[in-house]
Design a protein around this ligand. Structure first.
Ligand code: PLP
Length: 304
């Protein structure tokens, strides 16, 4: 059923703000929402590709877990969240979209600083698909910098709950861009790499084993997809601490993100990875990733 006002232009994207659908350009939140004042929020991002959500169930499952970890209540059950997301995409008309769901702490009554008294708020929006890497970077591979900036430890903010504690990622990214790199991965303070701004990291050693950090990272849905694809393709994979030196000396390296799937890395800190071209394992995972978008086990068609 088309419930949108036909005179409203949602073509740049559609949002759901405190119970109301709005064009993305009109979507705002109150200044005093602790989501803004304190980064006190959780969120998730699912993509729509050719008119269908990819792995919607996995994203909703992680969103519900993030809400529980941060004691945030979306105020609706996950099937209702799915309906709101689909309605945002439908109104936008976008076939390929970046779709975000957010719960903020909201605000306690004036004078109270007790987060238990805050009324949590739910927001969502759909905008055109977002790529972490541009076309040239996807074809040739990214030049990655391993930053000295330490990712906020999970003992402080649980990395498994998707969060907006991004100052470390942003400062690391600014340093990398200023120095001429394409993007950045942060470390854990003990010489291991963890994750970057919007992605997980993997490498393939000379023994052909795929390695990805086991802890201190968001359990990316794309990371999970890579792990499942490796299983399906019979490729060995280990989840364990990944020293920066091992990444620099790897035969292949790649990133995983809902913003583009499996993204090749061909240089790390000026050193060439393998022969400097997108590796065979990486290429196979890229092809499988996009093939799985057409698999009904992972796709949920949207009614436009
Ligand atoms: N790590 C961080 C910090 C992220 O913000 C993201 C995604 O935004 C990821 C990893 C990758 O997660 P996903 O594959 O679910 O997009």
């Amino acid at each position: 059923m088309n419930t949108a006002d036909p005179t409203t232009d949602y073509s740049q994207g559609a949002a759901f703000v405190r119970g109301q659908y709005l064009p993305i350009g009109q979507a705002t939140l109150p200044l005093t929402d602790w989501g803004f004042l304190r980064s006190d929020a959780t969120y998730d991002v699912v993509t729509a590709w050719d008119g269908a959500f990819f792995r919607l169930d996995a994203h909703l499952e992680r969103f519900a877990a993030s809400c529980a970890r941060f004691r945030l209540d979306p105020g609706m059950a996950m099937p209702q969240v799915a309906q709101v997301l689909a309605e945002c995409v439908r109104r936008s008309g976008l076939r390929r979209a970046y779709v975000e769901m957010i719960v903020t702490r909201g605000q306690p009554p004036w004078g109270s600083r007790d987060p238990r008294q805050a009324v949590n708020q739910f927001y969502a929006f759909a905008v055109p698909y977002v790529w972490i890497a541009n076309e040239a970077q996807r074809a040739q591979g990214l030049h990655l910098h391993v930053s000295d900036v330490q990712r906020i430890p999970s003992a402080s903010v649980d990395a498994r709950a998707k969060n907006y504690h991004w100052n470390d990622l942003t400062m690391g990214l600014l340093g990398a861009l200023d120095a001429g790199f394409d993007t950045v991965v942060l470390s854990d303070g003990a010489g291991h790499v963890v994750e970057g701004p919007g992605f997980n990291v993997f490498c393939v050693g000379a023994d052909g084993v795929i390695v990805t950090p086991a802890s201190g990272v968001l359990e990316g849905v794309t990371r999970r997809t890579v792990i499942e694809m490796a299983q399906a393709l019979g490729l060995p994979l280990q989840q364990r601490a990944l020293p920066a030196a091992e990444l620099r000396g790897a035969r292949e390296a790649f990133l995983s993100s809902s913003g583009g799937g499996v993204l090749p890395v061909t240089r790390v800190d000026g050193a060439t990875i393998g022969d400097g071209r997108v590796g065979a394992v990486t290429q196979r995972l890229i092809e499988t990733y996009w093939a799985w978008h057409r698999d009904p086990r992972y796709s949920t068609p949207i009614a436009y």
